[in-house]
Design a protein around this ligand. Structure first.
Ligand code: FPP
Length: 238
């Protein structure tokens, strides 16, 4: 294994931003930007698996996205439906496991059924990669949901980080090593708030539909040069 391969993030998370601006630049409706974004996602899922990333998480719909115009929200739901329907077999063939993080109980029932089916069909024990779709996801909501469950259970033991983590949506998924956000915005926007404590952040000027394998490689190369200290001092210095 080369040095470069060794420093591939185990979990890479992506905030896919800029679909609207991509569409506006072409005088197209926003939903066509999301469609182009979905095609970009297919390419990046394949590329991420090829590069040895074990967990790829994508912020596809935030708890705040309900505030968008109704037509856009309905268009996004239709897009999720269509991908959940059409891409399950492809994911299964590639040995990619799909998992969902977020309150999909607030999604239409037929979409929930499709997402449940897609997760079941790809529930490999040893997947090549796990794709985590964050849908109706919010970091603050996830932390609140954890607290609610802890309270409902009447939890009365010592509550440390490890114990708390068990109440998050996907406690077995390692924290993101690298979080990429496209379109030049430099915020987390409520993504993986608990899990992002020590994530490396990378911001790309590309709008999400333009983000390709080459852009991914640039992000991975920048990551491989980062020195992760987790609050410790730099090793090998006085
Ligand atoms: C942000 O761009 C993008 C989203 C809110 C939606 C992301 C969804 C996809 C890429 C669709 C594909 C997903 C799946 C799971 C099939 P924006 O609309 O905020 O862009 P803007 O900031 O330029 O307006």
């Amino acid at each position: 294994m080369t040095r470069e391969e060794k420093s591939v993030p185990v979990h890479c998370a992506i905030i896919m931003d800029g679909n609207g601006r991509w569409a506006r630049k072409r005088m197209l409706p926003r939903i066509l930007g999301h469609r182009a974004g979905a095609s970009a996602l297919v390419r990046i899922v394949r590329a991420a698996a090829e590069r040895g990333i074990r967990y790829l998480s994508i912020y596809a719909f935030s708890t705040e996205n309900w505030k968008r115009p109704k037509t856009e929200v309905l268009g996004l739901m239709a897009l999720f439906r269509s991908y959940a329907r059409r891409k399950v077999q492809e994911l299964a063939k590639e040995n990619v496991r799909l998992r969902i993080a977020g309150r999909i109980d607030l999604f239409p029932q037929d979409l929930r059924d499709l997402l449940e089916y897609a997760q079941k069909e790809t529930s490999f024990e040893n997947p090549r990669m796990t794709l985590i779709a964050c849908l109706n996801y919010g970091g603050r909501q996830e932390i609140l949901d954890a607290f609610r469950r802890i309270r409902e259970e009447g939890y009365d033991r010592e509550l440390d980080e490890e114990a708390f983590r068990r109440y998050l949506y996907l406690p077995d998924i390692p924290d993101p090593d690298l979080i990429i956000r496209t379109s030049g915005e430099m915020r987390l926007s409520n993504f993986w708030l608990w899990q992002a404590s020590y994530s490396e952040l990378y911001f790309s000027e590309s709008l999400w539909p333009d983000f390709d394998e080459n852009e991914l490689d640039k992000a991975l190369s920048a990551f491989s040069k980062r020195e992760r200290r987790y609050g410790n001092v730099q090793l090998g210095t006085s």
